[in-house]
Design a protein around this ligand. Sequence first.
Ligand code: GTP
Ligand code: MG
Length: 453
Amino acid sequence: MGINVIDTIVAPATNISTQAIALIRISGDDAFKIFNQIASKPVPHKGGIYLRKLYEQDQLVDEVVVNAYVAPRSFTGENVIEIACHGGVLNTNRIIKLILNNGARMALKGEFSQRSFLNNKINLIQAEGINDLIHATNDLALKIGVDNMSGAHNKAILDLKARVMDIISRIQVLIDYPEYDDVEGSSNQELIDALININILVNNLLTRSQMASKSIEGIKTAIVGKTNVGKSSLLNALISEDKAIVTDVHGTTRDIVEGVINLSGVTLNLIDTAGIRQTKDVVELIGIKKSKDYLNQAELVLFVVDYQQLNDLENIEIFNLLKNKNYILIVNKADQLNDQQQNEIIQKHPDAIFTSALKDDINQLINKIKEKYNNDELLKSDELILININQINLIEQIKLKLETALNNINNYLPVDIINIDLYDAWGLLGELTGEQIEDEIIDNIFRKYCLGK
Ligand SMILES: Nc1nc2c(ncn2[C@@H]2O[C@H](COP(=O)(O)OP(=O)(O)OP(=O)(O)O)[C@@H](O)[C@H]2O)c(=O)[nH]1
Ligand SMILES: [Mg+2]
């Protein structure tokens, strides 16, 4: 069962806080009727902007500006009244309560977008785009959100659907009219070629989407190294915050400290770990064990060393742990090194980069990370990119169905079997845009949105 879309709903579209103006949105058949019950003078049943006083019985509540939209010409496709009222917490809540008392129901999270979708104002990719836009934490997420919200790439999915349907119908002709075995475009080779082309498109979509999704969700990054080399200082410099405790005592960090850094095309989820060294301190040992666990789990390791002990036994042990890992070797405390010392290091470790966490000099590191996760292509891409887990799951399933179809056709399986997988792929494409999708799934998708959205 889907949500009840007959009710007229209300919700704040801005945070409820002390602010100049708050926005309250009413949507549904009775939007005008309900508003007019509390307004000094009715808002006429036509679009426009109106200044009105609101009353509770005879008592003045607020003076507000109203944006009125008549169905279907609104975001939700329903009658909509948007009230810009004065933004105090008490005031906003009082007006919402007044509207509730006059017959509206509180909207569920994301219900405005859901109604917009159900009324065919936007498709699911656009709805997800709006949500991505609101929650964007880096430029890439923002770009994808805007693109998808605007429907700029809807055509990509429609085009894929059309291509799959085209093959389905060519095969259907072969099934229905076996005597016409020379229908144009229906030879085995022609069907195979067409399918290969679709597979390439779907593969590219999946690769782009997975890369973008990973860069937005965040790369699991562990800051690892011996004690006192400046790991915690580096975390603080990266996130521009004094989050981790820094002292000149070896073994300062015992438990992990987390931080996030958003670069334009990539987000890193950072973990500062306890320095690795020989110790008898039980608490510290637990911390060191954790450090090694995080090192193993990390997708990127920032391996911090200082010049003096670069090649000692403990660092060699860490180098060994990093053998098959993606890591950056960071020589910190570079402010204490002269050019000759830096050159010596570069000769032995050409990939080493130099930082001074103390002086906030971490440019080399930032550039290295940007280089590693170069998402310029994605940032400039004018192709469809999808970043939500459920969307990426769907693309993976579509890919599998299309690959099965291609294998089957290559192995000369009967054409009606091939069409089963193609139909599945076509249906799954429809789920991406929300055409073929169950009410309950729709409900789940929209409940993760903000209230008032
Ligand atoms: N000169 C200089 N000192 C630094 C630099 N980075 C950190 N330090 C100092 O080195 C000492 C240790 O720094 P931390 O950041 O606590 O080192 P850590 O690697 O987290 O140490 P543990 O938590 O004990 O493993 C502190 O006194 C810092 O001020 C740097 O770039 N240059
Ligand atoms: Mg530390």
